[in-house]
Design a binder for this molecule. Structure first.
Ligand code: AMP
Ligand code: MG
Length: 343
């Protein structure tokens, strides 16, 4: 009989019992990495004040150390442990924390360079998932955590995604907190110059809500050169990230004419359910992210749909991009655009 892979190389999924939370908090204090649920995507957490512990995150993910980590806190009042606060940060923290908003602020000396990629700033957030906050509190440490996936691959939105993606690494356990309720990463705002806030990453909180609280416009990065990626991905224009292995082609709309051109071994990810065919037969190549185009539902289901399609053996995937600057549309466009980038 062939030897099976040692089960020790596969992280265990742990139910959120008090005993398991105590066990995981102790592991974090010993400098181990732990898979954690959040409302955005699953995280790979370590003691943010230990450079050795954080090094294990980069090692397990294959993440370049030039890419800094977000530090997670149990409550907004803990922010002064890791960052220098300003009024704009306090206003956003009180409006949106716990929640999918990350603030970049000047860092305290206690935060090791590996967390911030040597920058003088640190990214901080209070997650909305109550189990993540309980684990932070039980560990007594701020927890640095990027998404719990191999660097560059589709982000994980279930504990099983984490187990399957990080088997064979030093990760031993994943706290199972169910499916992520937001499903895309946090919105990141640079507040190092509080009068000139800048969007670093669109995410689970709409930028117009942030502007309403600040009473200031938030500078957005130049719109990605999307046109170059629509139906004809050009190399080198956008960082590849969040990517399935199957080639992915983006479209502003996948209407009936476009779907009629779909090859038998190609699948399409649609924003809303297409009108049923007259004989009621559903086409197995078509996958709708929502019934009616609801952006929150689309965001929640996006990464697990990309994973499922990637595992199904299609030769090529097609996806429809949501239009507009409101709500979660920019975040969904950002993830799909990077997922489709060739390099
Ligand atoms: P992830 O952990 O995959 O959600 O990615 C975290 C992202 O946060 C990084 O890729 C950076 O874009 C951003 N980030 C973290 N720390 C900083 C910082 N100090 N300054 C600017 N951006 C940061
Ligand atoms: Mg990530």
């Amino acid at each position: 009989m062939p030897a099976s892979r040692p089960s020790a190389s596969r992280p265990r999924l742990l139910r959120p019992t008090p005993a398991n939370l105590t066990r995981l908090a102790a592991a974090l204090r010993r400098g181990e990495i732990v898979g954690v649920p959040s409302e955005t995507v699953y995280g790979l957490a370590a003691d943010a004040l230990s450079a050795d512990a954080c090094a294990r995150i980069f090692e397990a993910k294959g993440r370049p150390t030039t890419d800094p980590l977000i530090v997670h806190l149990a409550a907004a009042r803990d922010i002064a442990r890791v960052a220098l606060v300003n009024d704009a940060a306090l206003a956003l923290a009180s409006a949106f924390w716990p929640g999918p908003l990350t603030l970049v602020l000047p860092k305290r000396a206690e935060v090791p360079d590996i967390v911030t990629a040597g920058k003088p700033t640190v990214a901080v957030r209070v997650p909305a998932h109550p189990l993540f906050r309980r684990l932070i509190r039980a560990s007594g440490r701020p927890l640095a955590a990027p998404s719990a996936n191999p660097f560059g691959y589709v982000s994980p939105t279930t504990a099983a995604h984490v187990r399957d993606g990080l088997a064979g690494t030093s990760l031993r356990a994943v706290l199972d907190g169910g499916e992520c309720s937001v499903g895309v990463e946090s919105t990141i705002i640079d507040l190092t110059r509080p009068r000139s806030p800048r969007l670093l990453r669109p995410g689970g909180l709409a930028v117009e809500e942030i502007e309403r609280v600040l009473g200031l416009p938030v500078a957005r990065p130049r719109p990605a050169r999307l046109a170059a990626h629509v139906a004809a991905p050009a190399p080198g224009m956008l960082a590849r990230h969040y990517s399935p292995r199957t080639p992915l082609v983006l479209h502003p709309r996948l209407d009936a004419a476009a779907l009629a051109r779909l090859a038998p071994d190609e699948a399409a990810l649609l924003l809303r359910r297409p009108a049923a065919s007259h004989d009621g037969v559903t086409d197995p190549r078509l996958h709708a992210l929502s019934a009616d185009g609801d952006l929150r539902e689309i965001a929640r289901r996006l990464f697990s749909a990309l994973r499922a399609l990637d595992a199904a053996g299609w030769r090529r995937l097609h996806a429809e991009l949501p239009a507009g600057a409101e709500g979660l549309a920019p975040a969904i466009r950002d993830r799909l655009t990077r997922a489709a980038a060739r390099s």
